[in-house]
Design a protein around this ligand. Structure first.
Ligand code: FDA
Length: 392
């Protein structure tokens, strides 16, 4: 067993860990990154459909979920999307905005992993993969990490092992176990950016599997205008993934199926096309299978001319506020990220250092800060990794 000493050990060679390591290394710190996977940045490689949605130009603290909504402000303001874009540009990586401020590589997510590894190499950071972390000891001054192949120690330890989403990629709640070992609280983790499952009366909607349509999906105060997709288990698509991060067991979600219609559009249809039926006007506005299912459930038969205005108003209101009662989510197996994690109350918002354990840091998805869909989670990984990298 070999033994070596470093200034900083970073656990996890993902987005946050590699950013932190490169920053600390650039300050002249001797840094070792340990990861149990066979290669670094595996989630980056599969992100954004292989093109990595590496940031979002509309990044703002309100687009992150945390028990303390103020916590992310400092790090996000000190390392912004423009800082990361400048880094991407300096590596000659071509990129484009897809939609809603989401920036993707023109080429491949591999370029982002190479960027991070090049920055680490420039800063003499050692990156060791295939390392199973056994124990982590703390003498009060230094941290010692024992893997199957070595024991290493350092002044500073950075927890950057992510969250438990997508366990088949090797993700676990290891960060939480380690945080608890040091007496840090963990906010109950739950799957986020995840498809919702339907049961009960809603179960029939599963027959619409494959149908997608633009909607506004709402859960509590959160509202997102994007596509929803019916699946064989329930609901997915970007609008649903977004509200899933706010959804708690037992809550309903509301869907406006006709976001571009005026409030009394059915009355206008009745006036302009009195012979039309609810089914025919819905078919003109929505995918046919969805239109038929909704018309069936609303059971409003015959020409609109024969339907009282009050009934049309009720139907219009239901279509703008259709309630689904999800009976669950597809769980961590399908969740892009995790809501919850190491409590921000334990950390300095400026440096990510544990208040009660000097020189212990936590960054990235391991922490109770979760971004919306669309590049926000990587921006949090870069910003929190950068913040810790300035002082670790
Ligand atoms: P990350 O999970 O990246 O890294 C943690 C590292 O720690 C891994 O390398 C892991 O092997 C290692 N590790 C874990 N346990 C360990 C242990 N016990 N010992 C040693 N090492 C350990 N976000 C976004 O902004 N844009 C996007 O396009 C996407 N796309 C996307 C697609 C899919 C399919 C998923 C699952 C997720 C996304 N995300 C995303 C979310 C994004 O991938 C995620 O928020 C970041 O990768 C989090 O970065 P971290 O560095 O915190 O963890």
């Amino acid at each position: 067993m070999s033994e070596s000493s470093f200034d900083v050990i970073v656990l996890g060679a993902g987005a946050a860990g590699l950013m932190c390591a490169a920053q600390a290394g650039a300050r002249g710190r001797r840094v070792l990154v340990l990861d149990r996977a066979e290669k670094p940045g595996k989630k980056i490689l599969i992100s954004g459909g292989g093109r990595c949605n590496f940031t979002n130009i509309h990044t703002a603290p309100e687009r992150f979920i945390s028990a303390n909504p103020h916590f992310a402000k400092s790090a996000l303001s000190r390392y912004t999307p423009h800082d990361f874009i400048a880094l991407v540009d300096s590596h000659g990586i071509a990129w484009h905005e897809k939609t809603l401020g989401q920036l993707f590589c023109d080429g491949s997510a591999r370029q982002i992993v190479e960027l991070l590894l090049n920055e680490c190499a420039k800063a003499d950071v050692a990156v060791a993969c295939d390392e199973q972390i056994g124990r982590v000891d703390h003498s009060g001054v230094r941290f010692a990490v024992t893997t199957q192949s070595q024991t290493v120690d350092a002044d500073s330890l950075v927890i950057a092992t992510g969250g438990p989403s997508i366990p088949k990629m090797g993700s676990t709640g290891y960060a939480y176990d380690l945080a608890r070992q040091f007496g840090l609280k963990v906010v109950e983790p739950r799957p986020a950016l995840v498809p919702l499952t339907l049961g009960g009366e809603d179960v029939l909607f599963r027959e619409l599997s494959g149908v997608a349509t633009p909607v506004e999906a709402r859960c509590g105060k959160a509202a997102f205008r994007e596509a929803a997709l019916f699946t064989h288990r329930g609901l997915s698509g970007p609008a649903i993934l977004q509200v899933s991060s706010y959804w708690q067991s037992g809550a309903a979600i509301a869907i406006d199926f006709l976001t571009d219609k005026e409030r009394d559009w059915l009355l206008a249809e009745k006036r302009d096309n009195p012979g039309s039926t609810l089914r025919s006007v819905l078919r003109a506005a929505l995918p046919q299978r969805l239109a038929d299912e909704l018309a069936e459930r609303l059971s409003l038969d015959g020409p609109l001319a024969n339907v009282p205005d009050a009934d049309l108003r009720v139907v219009g209101a239901r279509l703008a506020d259709w309630r689904f009662q999800p009976n669950g989510t597809e769980g961590f197996a399908k969740a892009e990220v995790t809501v919850g994690g190491i409590s921000t109350a334990e950390l300095s918002s400026k440096t990510m250092e544990a208040k009660r354990v000097p020189s212990l840091f936590a960054i990235g998805e391991a922490v109770d800060v979760t971004g919306w869909l669309g590049g926000y989670n990587f921006q949090w990984a870069w910003a929190s990794g950068w913040a810790a990298g300035q002082v670790a």
